[in-house]
Design a protein around this ligand. Sequence first.
Ligand code: ADP
Ligand code: MG
Length: 353
Amino acid sequence: FDMFILAFVERLFRPTYRKDDFVLGKKLGEGAFGVVYRVSLAKKPSSKKDGDLVLKKATEYGAVEIWMNERVRRACANSCADFLYGFLETSPKKGAEYWLLWRFEGEATLSDLMLSKEFPYNVETMITGKVQDSPKGLERENRIIQTIMRQLLFALDGLHSTGIVHRDIKPQNIIFSEGSRTFKIIDLGAAADLRVGINYIPKEFLLDPRYAAPEQYIMSTQTPSAPSAPVATALSPVLWQMNLPDRFDIYSAGLIFLQMAFPALRTDSGLIQFNRQLKRCDYDLDAWRESVEPRAGLELRRGFELLDLDGGIGWELLTSMVRYKARQRTSAKAALAHPYFDREGLLVLSFMQ
Ligand code: ADP
Ligand code: MG
């Protein structure tokens, strides 16, 4: 109960915003459930920090997204983009819309960075803050990819420890924060908070099939329909243990790891083809490897070589994430303790603001 009072007081003293506060800038995204703009403040009263903001005007799912962002703000702020405020805006023309406001974290998502020819060296420059001049090669690329995976798993561990499953983990929903020089997760529109039963019934249609784990339902279909909130609070840790819903995100994160190692899988068509091949191999990555490696071109072989460094430790981690059965997949916390991360990653120079 104290938590609620604290949250309420915190909310009371945080600056609030209204529709007329914003000047719309560039459109950053448009989906079936909302439009996202870069915005600035029309006036800049001293109580409101000025600077760049991001505004999402969302449909009915905006309510869940506000809930999730408020929870993340209090429980694991560093995992996700810095959320400022969310409110319901009703107009005669557009009806009810949820408006959500974040700090503008940076220009590039992991998707933008991965699609560049410079990847992963472009990320190295952004993380370390300068162009490195050591010779290019597999070892160096592996160190960069390892650092990205560590940051992603760290953010996921924060969400999962809070009881939130994201369910739409993909490079487009991972933003590089220029302030902290780390990757953060965005877009909690499809997320589920199992501790309090919010968005408990999975909306399969929200899931991106390119990155979705084979199980279509986060919770087993035997789980009875959504219990009311108080019951869910008591039950859900048990349900969490039984169904391991967090492993859905782990599968998606594993696919991102794979895309970073194999440039051919970074395009939509490449990933879709891979998914088809993996399905034909009954989701057994080792079987997939056996089927493609003998006739692999230079680029594909290079990806395997990268994952085979240090006695195949990268491949080992990858195969522990991308598995058919959720309960055989590693957790974010266990993955962070994997020997793949024993080697030192990139030095992140973050500056206090
Ligand atoms: P949707 O996918 O539902 O359109 P997102 O929340 O993923 O909405 O946002 C769309 C795009 O807007 C992202 O892919 C990213 O490019 C950009 N974006 C979202 N939030 C931020 C933020 N806090 N800082 C910078 N860019 C952002
Ligand atoms: Mg998105």
